[in-house]
Design a protein around this ligand. Structure first.
Ligand code: ADP
Ligand code: ADP
Ligand code: MG
Length: 644
């Protein structure tokens, strides 16, 4: 076994690897960017090396600097985590050239699976079913169109170098093919520097089912499947293992196909073979097709760990250190059911806009495994993925595990940023999902119901107001109420640009009433503490001018200083501001130009996504204050319209 390894990553996956390494007695070296100097993974590791600026290209993507850090600290191996350099074969070459061990597959295996077209050809040869379509070299537009016509619509255009759902276009009919092709090629060129595409039959009512494999360079085993059909824009949201309603013969067939895929490229370490599956009529042995292989540990690997009892990172370290795969295929089995939900800092009502913020409070309930790279007090910065945690549960059956997930999500306490908790909670209550009726279109079909924002109840507002006032913290005899008239004062809150006034009336030191928009909410002190609506109060925190009540997945209000209530906002409609910190990718207008409401004025890139900034009204551009390439803060004025 290694004595010391370096983890070339950050966030939850770096913490995850460090945990197992520590359990095995392996010392760890963290690397960190300027933005991560105080990050959790740095605190957890035995040593840490600063590798550069906050932008990934200046730190976590600098293979040479990372290898140098490993050599200088005496690490023998490098674990790449996922993302960043994990699927970069040139990095593997650099690591090995320095005499270090790459904890993962060979550069050759990564290259073989790096491009989707070559991978499909290779898999076809190895006898693995691939999605019907065209994945040849001819990239002539007319030729590709003819191929699509022959495959039959709908078809999917995919960038061969694609990942993360980029460069992918669904084409419903022949007439739409040309435009879809050029936009896929443009996106592919921007994102991957490679315009090449392949054309696939679009599988109807598809399910995404992937198989975890593990190889030793010659032979491989599989650790069953995960169903990742709950996706939004081709990104996984909730994953589970095993797949619901998976017949034994299909599991067997998919497992064997995945093992064939891994063995065909001499795969070493943990990998995932992703299949698209026709779910329109039950799962069948002739109804699954290879999509791609991810030659790394996958984000959702914990659900496999919980049903198999295997620590996949431990296996990675053992096999990379030259030990055999710890367990034979016939000794692997499935125990119960597991779900993982990806908890993000994102503004769901604003179209899942990635968010930032300092987590003034972060707590996870008992009864779940929370893999997280942040702690209370840490900041979700604009430089990286805004994931807060992966919430993972295990139960004896699917229904039991799902019920545990609902409770776990209800019990997560996050303050200081918006989150997708309510969306995840709504998904877990979705009737079709509860029945195991999943396909990759589920979220899009029901997106409105899943993201419907409910107004906070009077009980929630009242709790927020009391948390702000601190009244309930007073000992029973210290409220100073008056005999003739209840002691009263008002708390002013704001949510979604609406001001809410809560009037607190202390009738006695055990009886407080809060009036919210005409409703009286009564709080009574009992032996066990304060109660409202027949139950104990929810936790709440007040920090940095925001009060967050931990019910309904966390409801936050701005606290308005009573003295400052007349301060005026919302008057800035002449100014287009950056909605969050990010990089100005493009500016499309100049001073003097006339624009119409809805015109795209600029593009802001933040956290792996592009956001169009649109004109809120017709008008003339007075001034452009930002130029392409500039890094801007949230709220920065970018473009100014002339006064009406
Ligand atoms: P997976 O396929 O492992 O489930 P996703 O499809 O969600 O992962 O992620 C798409 C890509 O983004 C993958 O290459 C993954 O490694 C990368 N990625 C996801 N989350 C992060 C993160 N927090 N930091 C860096 N890269 C990430
Ligand atoms: P990426 O590299 O971006 O992860 P994938 O090829 O893995 O790209 O596809 C991402 C997602 O797109 C899949 O999980 C699935 O939901 C959908 N998808 C991909 N191929 C097909 C197909 N042929 N038919 C239907 N849906 C597909
Ligand atoms: Mg994929």
């Amino acid at each position: 076994m290694f004595e010391k390894i370096l983890i070339a990553n950050r966030g939850e996956i770096a913490c995850r690897v460090i945990e197992t390494a520590r359990a095995l007695g392996v010392k760890t070296v963290a690397v960190y960017s300027d933005a991560d100097a105080n990050a959790k993974h740095v605190a957890m590791a035995d040593e840490a090396v600063h590798i550069g600026g906050a932008a990934p290209a200046e730190s976590y993507l600098r293979g040479d600097v990372i290898v140098k850090a490993a050599l200088e600290t005496g690490a023998q191996g490098i674990h790449p985590g996922y993302g960043f350099l994990s699927e970069n074969p040139d990095f593997v070459d650099t690591v090995e050239a320095a005499g270090l061990t790459f904890i993962g597959p060979s550069a050759k295996a990564i290259r073989a699976m790096g491009l989707k077209d070559a991978a499909k050809a290779l898999m076809h040869e190895a006898g693995v079913p691939v999605v019907p379509g065209y994945h040849g070299d001819n990239q002539d537009a007319a030729y590709l169109k003819a191929q699509a016509d022959e495959i039959g619509y709908p078809v999917l255009i995919k960038a061969v170098a694609g990942g993360g759902g980029k460069g992918m276009r669904l084409v419903e009919e022949a007439a739409a093919f040309g435009d879809a092709l050029s936009s896929a090629q443009n996106e592919a060129t921007t994102a991957f520097g490679n315009p090449d595409v392949l054309i696939e039959k679009y599988i109807q009512q598809p399910r995404h089912i992937e198989v975890q494999v593990f190889g030793d360079g010659a032979q491989a085993v599989h650790l069953f499947e995960r169903d990742c059909s709950l996706q939004r824009r081709h990104q996984k949201v909730i994953e589970e293992a095993p797949a619901p309603d998976m017949p034994l013969d299909v599991r067997e067939a998919m497992g064997q196909a995945a093992v064939r895929a891994a063995e065909a490229i001499g795969y070493k370490g943990a990998g995932t073979v992703e299949f698209i599956v026709d779910g329109s009529n039950g799962l069948r042995t002739d109804g699954f097709w290879f999509m791609e292989m991810n030659t790394r540990l996958q984000v959702e690997h914990p659900v496999t760990e919980l049903i198999t009892g295997v620590d996949l990172v431990e296996w990675q370290l053992r096999v990379a250190a030259g030990e055999p795969i710890p367990v034979a295929q016939e000794d692997l089995s499935i125990n119960g059911h597991s779900f993982e939900a990806r908890l993000y800092a994102e503004d769901v009502p604003k179209g899942f806009l990635p968010a930032t913020g300092t987590l003034s409070h972060l707590a996870f309930p008992d009864g779940c495994r929370a893999d997280s790279g942040v702690r209370g007090g840490d900041t979700i910065s604009p430089f990286y993925d805004p994931m807060i945690a992966k919430v993972i549960v295990h139960g004896p059956s699917r229904a039991a595990a799902l019920s545990k997930m609902r409770h776990a999500l209800e019990g997560c306490e996050v303050a200081g940023t918006v989150t997708n908790l309510a969306f995840l909670g709504a998904l877990c209550a979705h009737e079709g999902f509860s029945k195991g009726d999943v396909d990759t279109g589920l979220i899009a079909r029901d997106i409105e119901a899943l993201t419907a924002a409910e107004r906070p109840s009077a009980v929630t507002v009242a709790q927020a107001a009391l948390a702000v006032s601190g009244v309930l913290k007073c000992p029973a005899d210290a409220l100073g109420f008056s005999l003739w008239e209840p002691l009263s004062h008002s708390v002013y809150l704001r949510r979604d640009d609406q001001q809410i006034t809560a009037k607190i009336k202390c009738h006695s030191s055990n009886d407080v009433v809060v009036e919210v928009e005409g409703n009286d909410v009564r709080f009574l002190r009992s032996q066990t503490g304060w109660r409202v609506a027949g139950r104990a109060l929810s936790n709440a925190v007040v920090k940095d001018g925001v009060v967050t009540v931990f019910e309904d997945y966390g409801v936050a209000f701005d606290v308005i200083d009573a003295l400052d209530r007349s301060s005026n906002d919302g008057a800035a409609s002449n100014v287009i501001e950056a909605p969050m910190p990010g990089l100005v990718k493009a500016v499309f207008v100049e001073a003097g130009q006339n624009v119409a409401e809805g015109d795209r004025l600029a593009i802001l890139e933040a956290m792996k996504m592009e956001h169009s900034l649109l004109a809120a009204r017709d008008g003339t551009i007075a001034e452009v204050m930002a130029e392409a390439g500039a890094q801007v803060e949230a709220g920065a004025a970018l473009i100014q319209l002339e006064e009406e």
